[in-house]
Write a protein that binds this ligand. Structure first.
Ligand code: UT7
Length: 334
């Protein structure tokens, strides 16, 4: 059997830094509230006039991952793209990245699993590599949240949390047993779909308010029951890490690091405590980027790789939880 090994990681965030103090000018909030409740200090938001998009940021991250993998664009045989903020309602951004990379007419799969999107996407890619159908697969997670948020006091519970950015990895088939993606574990619970959801994004994204037609802002902006999501996240994320370890005969103490979805610093700290992990086994970058949904894990992975904290032979657990509810984990021997 073949294993999918990550041979390149990359990320991209827009230059435009939006601090908590900048948000205070838009809505009734404070730096103190945001930091205390979420750990976030600043995030990146694309700037008007909007010249970047989910596909373009994904392309930038993909270029870096491909370059670091030491391969050429045309070696890619499949694209898997995770996002909840597609450039168009359809088609998804997978096809745009195929165009931007200038590669042949390879398949492009779009994955919609929100904050768990990146793990779902590498799980999809992993299956194609394991069966031998494709040798080299590009997986991208990218989000443009900033143009779809209610940046008034009414939307403050969600608006302060989310940021824009992208990350990507290149997976390559390896014959070495026990190296690469060891397993992935996917879950969902649709009964809680409305605990964090967006009913009808179209008009909200373009900012079009039709004269004489009252807009229901609950339809065009994300709605979240924050506390309910928080409580479920901490339980499911711990569960999912343990599930991945059990499936492979490992213990928590065998892990070199847990890469956890960055939704809230307090969620990560809870999960870290419940797993009994020391500080050097769980990193956070939510302080700089906020929650970038499907881009979070590859951005974190790329930064840790740059810092020399992700190296050959080490064992990493990826874990995420979000809207759906969906949650997922993956165990990776680098
Ligand atoms: O990616 C996965 C999906 N997302 C998550 O995992 C998020 C999970 N949930 C959370 O991270 C937290 O629930 C939040 C950060 C969203 C909120 O923190 P909280 O400690 O649960 O606060 P809360 O919702 O209970 O709100 C407390 C107070 C409320 O005022 P009252 O009713 O006590 O007077 C809110 O209206 O804080 C108020 N509030 C704010 N105040 C200042 C809500 N948003 C803000 C804000 N600035 N941005």
């Amino acid at each position: 059997m073949k294993y999918a090994k990550i041979i390149g990681v990359g990320h991209y965030v827009p230059d435009n830094v939006v601090t908590n103090h900048d948000l205070v000018k838009m809505m009734d909030t404070s730096d103190e509230w945001i930091q205390e409740r979420s750990g976030i200090i600043e995030r990146r938001w694309i700037k008007e006039p909007y010249e970047q998009s989910t596909a373009h940021m994904g392309f930038e991250a993909a270029k870096m991952a491909i370059q670091r993998a030491g391969i050429t664009n045309d070696e890619i045989e499949l694209i898997v793209f995770a996002t909840l903020s597609s450039d168009y309602y359809f088609p998804g951004p997978g096809v745009k990245i195929q165009q931007l990379l200038g590669i042949g007419n390879v398949g492009a799969i779009d994955v919609r699993a929100q904050c768990s999107g990146f793990i779902y996407a590498i799980s999809v890619a992993d299956q194609f590599v394991r069966t031998g159908m494709y040798k080299t697969v590009l997986v991208v997670g990218s989000e443009t949240h900033s143009i779809g948020l209610d940046k008034t006091t009414r939307g403050r519970t969600t608006a302060v949390l989310f940021g824009d950015g992208a990350g990507a990895v290149v997976l390559r088939a390896s014959e070495t047993p026990g190296v690469g993606i060891l397993s992935t574990h996917l879950h969902s619970q649709g009964e809680h779909a409305e605990k964090l959801f967006l009913k009808a994004p179209g008009t909200g994204r373009d900012g079009i308010i039709y004269p004489g037609i009252e807009q229901d802002v609950d339809n065009i902006y994300p709605v979240m029951d924050g506390q309910f999501v928080f409580k479920n996240a901490v339980v499911r994320m711990e569960e999912a890490v343990k599930e991945a370890l059990n499936a492979n005969g490992y213990k928590v103490s065998d892990l070199d690091m847990v890469l956890a979805h960055q939704a809230n610093l307090r969620i990560s700290q809870f999960v870290q405590r419940k797993l009994g992990l020391p500080d050097d086994k769980m990193y956070s970058n939510i302080q700089k980027y906020g929650n970038t949904t499907s881009a979070t894990l590859p951005i974190l992975m790329s930064e840790l790789w740059e810092q020399g904290k992700i190296t050959e032979g080490k064992l990493y657990a990826l874990v995420a939880f979000g809207s759906g509810f969906t949650w997922a984990s993956a165990l990776i021997k680098w």
